[in-house]
Design a protein around this ligand. Structure first.
Ligand SMILES: Cc1cc2nc3c(=O)[nH]c(=O)nc-3n(C[C@H](O)[C@H](O)[C@H](O)COP(=O)(O)OP(=O)(O)OC[C@H]3O[C@@H](n4cnc5c(N)ncnc54)[C@H](O)[C@@H]3O)c2cc1C
Length: 452
C-alpha cells in the first residue's frame, strides 16, 4: 500500500481504541496504544461496579473478525425481550426480534479488560497506561503526553487515531484548524445509576434474560442484568422542571417519588438512599463533527460521533467503524485515499445513528407504554414474518443487521409512514391480522420500494 504508515499511535485504550489496535496490528503496523488511566486489570477502577452495555450484531461482527467473540460471549447475558413495568405494577412483554435473536448485556469493565489483554497478545501492539495526550501537531503526527511518573513525553508517529472518547483531546486540536465543523448538543435529560442486588441465595430478583423498562412518558428507568445476579439500573430523567433531578435532591424525596412511580423497582433496591445520595447525575451529549481526518490524525468511535445511549448503539457503531476501516484499508492501495473513503462512508452513518438514538428515547420512554404502539409492532412483526424480504422492523435493521445506519433510517421513515396510515383505519384493533390490512401494507411497500 502506498504511504502505508509503519508506526501508528492509538490514543485512548477504551472499548474502541483497544479493538482498533488489534485490527491495525494485523494489517502489519507497529501500534502504540496510549491510555490516560491506569491499567484497569491491575487497578480497582472498575471493581465492585457493574456498569453494563448492550452489545448487538454490529459489535459481534467486529469482535468475531479478530477472534474476540468467544471470550466476550462468556461475559455476556442474552436479553431476548423488553419487560415493561407499568405504573399499576402489571408487566408487559415485547420481543426484540425473531425467536433466538437477542441483544447482550456485557460489563463495560470486563469487555475493556478482555480487549486490552487480547491487544497485548499481539506482538505488534505496545500499551502505555497513565499517559494522557495533552497536545498534538496534527500535520507532523507529533503527540505530547503527560505521564504521572515521567512527566512530559513527546513522540512522533506516521499516523495517529483519536479513540479518546466524547471529549477527545485530538478533536480539540482539530477545532483550531481551518474548516473544521463541530456541533455539541446536550439533551435536557441526564442519568443516574442505581442497582438491584441478587437475593439472599444469589439469584436474580427479576427475569434474567431481559431488558427491564419502566416507561413513564417524559422519563424512564431501565435495568440490565449482570452475571453476579444483580441488575444495573439507569434512571433517565430531566435535569430541571417538575419531574426532574433538581426536584429530588434529597434521597427521602426521591424515595417518595419512586414509591409513586417505580414501586416494584424500589422494593428491590435496599441501597436506594445511599446510591441516590452518592451516585452522580451525568449529562448526555451528541457530538457531530467533520472532517474526521486532519493531517496525520483520524478520529474513530465516540471521538468522531458521540450519541445518546437510547438505541444501545454507541459502542456498536464504534466497533463497526473499526470493522469498516479494516475492510476499506484492504480495498485501497493508497493510505490517504483509504482514510478519505473511511470518513466519507462512515460520517452519514454516524449522523444517522445519532438521529435514530434520539428517536428511540421517545419510543422507549413514551410509546412502549401505549397499547396502540404495541399493536402496531404486532402488525409489523406479522407482516415481516410473511414478507421477510420486503419488510424488516426498524429495530431489527439497526440491531440485528449490518445494513448501513443511514439506509436503516431512510427505510424506517418510509415504513413508519406506511404504518401511520394503516393505524388510522377505524377498525384496526379488530382487523389487525386480516388479509386486507396485509394487502394494504403490501401495496404501499411495492409503491415505496418498487418490488414485491
Ligand atoms: C449511560 C450510557 C449507556 C450506554 N449504553 C450503551 C449500550 O448499551 N450499547 C452501546 O453500544 N453503547 C452504549 N453507550 C455508548 C458507549 O459507552 C460508547 O459509545 C463507547 O464507550 C465509545 O467507546 P470509545 O472507545 O470510543 O470511547 P470511550 O469508551 O470513552 O473510551 C475513550 C478512552 O480514551 C481515554 N482517553 C480520553 N482522553 C484521553 C487522552 N487525552 N489521552 C489518553 N487517553 C484518553 C479514556 O480514558 C477512555 O479509556 C452508552 C453510553 C452511556 C453514557
Amino acid at each position: 500500500m502506498k504511504h502505508k504508515p509503519e508506526h501508528v499511535a492509538v490514543v485512548g485504550g477504551g472499548l474502541v481504541g483497544s479493538l482498533l489496535s488489534i485490527f491495525l496490528a494485523r494489517k502489519g503496523m507497529e501500534v502504540t496504544l496510549f491510555e490516560r488511566r491506569p491499567d484497569p486489570r491491575s487497578h480497582s477502577a472498575y471493581q465492585g461496579r457493574s456498569i453494563n452495555l448492550a452489545l448487538s450484531d454490529r459489535g459481534w461482527r467486529a469482535l468475531a473478525a479478530v477472534g474476540a467473540d468467544a471470550e466476550v460471549r462468556r461475559l455476556a447475558i442474552p436479553m431476548y425481550r423488553r419487560v415493561l413495568h407499568r405504573e399499576d405494577g402489571t408487566l408487559g412483554y415485547q420481543d426484540y426480534g425473531k425467536e433466538g435473536q437477542a441483544i447482550y448485556s456485557v460489563s463495560r469493565g470486563g469487555l475493556n479488560r478482555a480487549l486490552l489483554s487480547l491487544a497485548e497478545t499481539e506482538s505488534k501492539v505496545r500499551v502505555h497506561f497513565g499517559q494522557r495526550c495533552v497536545d498534538a501537531d496534527l500535520e507532523a503526527g507529533r503527540l505530547v503526553f503527560e505521564d504521572a511518573d515521567a512527566g512530559r513525553l513527546e513522540q512522533r508517529f506516521d499516523a495517529v487515531f483519536g479513540a479518546d472518547g466524547a471529549f477527545s483531546a485530538l478533536r480539540s486540536e482539530m477545532l483550531r484548524t481551518d474548516r473544521f465543523n463541530y456541533q455539541q448538543e446536550y439533551i435536557e435529560h441526564g442519568y443516574k445509576e442505581l442497582s438491584i442486588p441478587p437475593d439472599a441465595e444469589g439469584h436474580f430478583q427479576m427475569e434474567r434474560e431481559a431488558l427491564h423498562i419502566w416507561p413513564r412518558g417524559s422519563h424512564m428507568l431501565i435495568a440490565l442484568p449482570n452475571p453476579d445476579g444483580s441488575f444495573t439500573c439507569t434512571l433517565f430523567f430531566a435535569f430541571e422542571g417538575p419531574d426532574s433531578f433538581a426536584e429530588l435532591t434529597a434521597p427521602a424525596k426521591a424515595r417518595v417519588y419512586f414509591e409513586q412511580h417505580f414501586a416494584d423497582a424500589l422494593a428491590l433496591m435496599p441501597n436506594f438512599d445511599a446510591e441516590w445520595a452518592e451516585n452522580p447525575v451525568s449529562a448526555l451529549c451528541i457530538i457531530r463533527c467533520y472532517p474526521w481526518v486532519k493531517g496525520k490524525v483520524a478520529l474513530i468511535g465516540d471521538a468522531a460521533h458521540a450519541i445518546v445511549p437510547f438505541y444501545g448503539q454507541g459502542m456498536n457503531a464504534g466497533f463497526e467503524d473499526c470493522y469498516e476501516l479494516d475492510r476499506i484499508l484492504s480495498e485501497h492501495t493508497d493510505w490517504h485515499e483509504a482514510l478519505d473513503a473511511y470518513q466519507r462512508e462512515r460520517k452519514p452513518n454516524g449522523d444517522a445513528i445519532a438521529d435514530l438514538a434520539l428517536q428511540n428515547f421517545i419510543e422507549m420512554r413514551d410509546r412502549t407504554a401505549d397499547p396502540r404502539f404495541l399493536l402496531q409492532k404486532r402488525i409489523e412483526a406479522r407482516f415481516n414474518d410473511r414478507h421477510p424480504t420486503l419488510w424488516t422492523p426498524l429495530y431489527s435493521m439497526v440491531t440485528f443487521s449490518d445494513m448501513p445506519y443511514a439506509e436503516a433510517l431512510r427505510r424506517g421513515k418510509i415504513q413508519e409512514e406506511i404504518m401511520e396510515s394503516v393505524m388510522k383505519r377505524p377498525d384496526i384493533e379488530a382487523l389487525w391480522d386480516a388479509p386486507e390490512v396485509e394487502a394494504a401494507i403490501l401495496e404501499a411497500c411495492v409503491r415505496a420500494f418498487g418490488h414485491r
